[in-house]
Ligand binder design. Structure first.
Ligand code: NI
Length: 167
């Protein structure tokens, strides 16, 4: 089922998510809800805490409209290697009408479990590498706007405040 996505400054988004201990029906349902919600939004990634579920689960699909969907489900993901630098524009389904460039690693190697509980190694670069770093940040209560310089963060906050006052 499509779920409501929490948005900044919801305090739930700042919480740390717990590792998944067993991949049971509850986790499978969570992944299904996340998938429906992400494609509906639409977005290229979603982390469980964005739906208020404080579990270390992320999904990513950077294949775009033209390609067949390529959904990655990463449970308890850990970045085991990172290198290079990238500075690309990011947005987030939890941050309305705002995008900014964020410093990230250009490539990462991520270890995670899939829905069958099998350990997988994802070697990612470009957009996929950024997506992994962005989504794994969510599991630690970090949003992309937390990476901005103090000045840019202040501008972001003022913009959001103006938007909420206007609506
Ligand atoms: Ni996000």
């Amino acid at each position: 089922m499509i779920q409501h996505i929490l948005t900044w400054p919801d305090p739930e988004l700042k919480k740390k998510s717990a590792p998944v201990v067993v991949i049971n029906d509850k986790i499978r349902q969570l992944v299904m809800d996340m998938t429906e919600t992400m494609y509906d939004a639409p977005g290229i990634g979603l982390a469980a805490p964005q739906l208020g579920a404080l579990q270390r689960v992320v999904i990513i699909d950077v294949s775009g409209k033209e390609e067949p969907p390529e959904l990655i489900v990463a449970i308890n993901p850990i970045i085991i290697h990172a290198e290079g630098e990238s500075y690309e524009e990011e947005g987030c389904l939890s941050v309305i009408k705002y995008a900014a460039n964020v410093r990230r690693h250009a490539s990462v190697v991520v270890k995670a479990l899939n829905l069958d509980g099998e350990e997988q190694t994802h070697r990612a670069e470009g957009l996929l590498a950024v997506a992994f770093q962005h989504e794994i940040d969510h599991l630690d209560g970090i949003l992309f706007v937390d990476h901005l310089s103090p000045l840019k963060r202040e501008i972001f906050k003022r913009k959001q405040r103006r938007m909420t006052e206007a609506s």
